[in-house]
Write a protein that binds this ligand. Structure first.
Ligand code: DAT
Ligand code: MG
Length: 149
């Protein structure tokens, strides 16, 4: 089953959106298989955002993601990588549709609340970067047959 990596950034945690965000993915029918609240190190931040190393916003991005607790999660389900990106909205919250997480709660691109993997291969890399294998649970929710035909 497909898995994705999501991280509620320090702004989402400070703004007490953790419960709302988890509820959205649970209600959709996806399965939580990994969850932890962590203080991100500069090394982890730089590795995670490696593709943006040369961008002008990179130092600020690393500063921000390490500025407070982050909720790191792994979610599982059919098509979960692309579906989660849709539920999150586009990078700039002002361009995100209402009904998406960034569209409902964000204004500035540097305070866009949540990260989600952009492709299946990226998800695999990010899950391996943020979680040890024993931290991930494989389990079958009793609701499965009411969500999948
Ligand atoms: P996304 O998080 O939607 O995958 P991204 O991978 O292009 O977006 O960029 C990673 C994060 O970097 C993004 O969530 C917020 C920040 N960021 C991106 N573009 C930015 C910009 N032009 N100015 C400031 N921060 C930016
Ligand atoms: Mg990205």
């Amino acid at each position: 089953m497909e898995r994705t990596f999501l991280a509620i950034k320090p702004d989402g945690v400070q703004r007490q959106l953790v419960g709302d965000i988890i509820r959205r993915f649970e209600a959709k029918g996806f399965t939580l298989v990994g969850l932890k609240l962590i203080q991100v190190s500069k090394d982890l931040a730089a590795e995670h955002y490696g593709e943006h190393k040369e961008k002008p916003f990179f130092p600020g991005l690393v500063e921000f993601i390490t500025s407070g607790p982050v909720v790191a999660m792994v979610w599982e389900g059919k098509g979960v990588v692309a579906a989660a990106r849709k539920m999150i909205g586009v990078t700039n919250p002002l361009n995100s549709e209402p009904g998406t997480i960034r569209g409902d709660y964000g204004v500035d691109v540097g305070r866009n609340i949540i990260h989600g993997s952009d492709a299946v291969e990226t998800a695999q890399r990010e899950i391996a970067l943020w979680f040890q294998p024993p931290e991930l649970m494989s389990w079958t929710p009793t609701l499965t047959s009411w969500i999948y035909e």
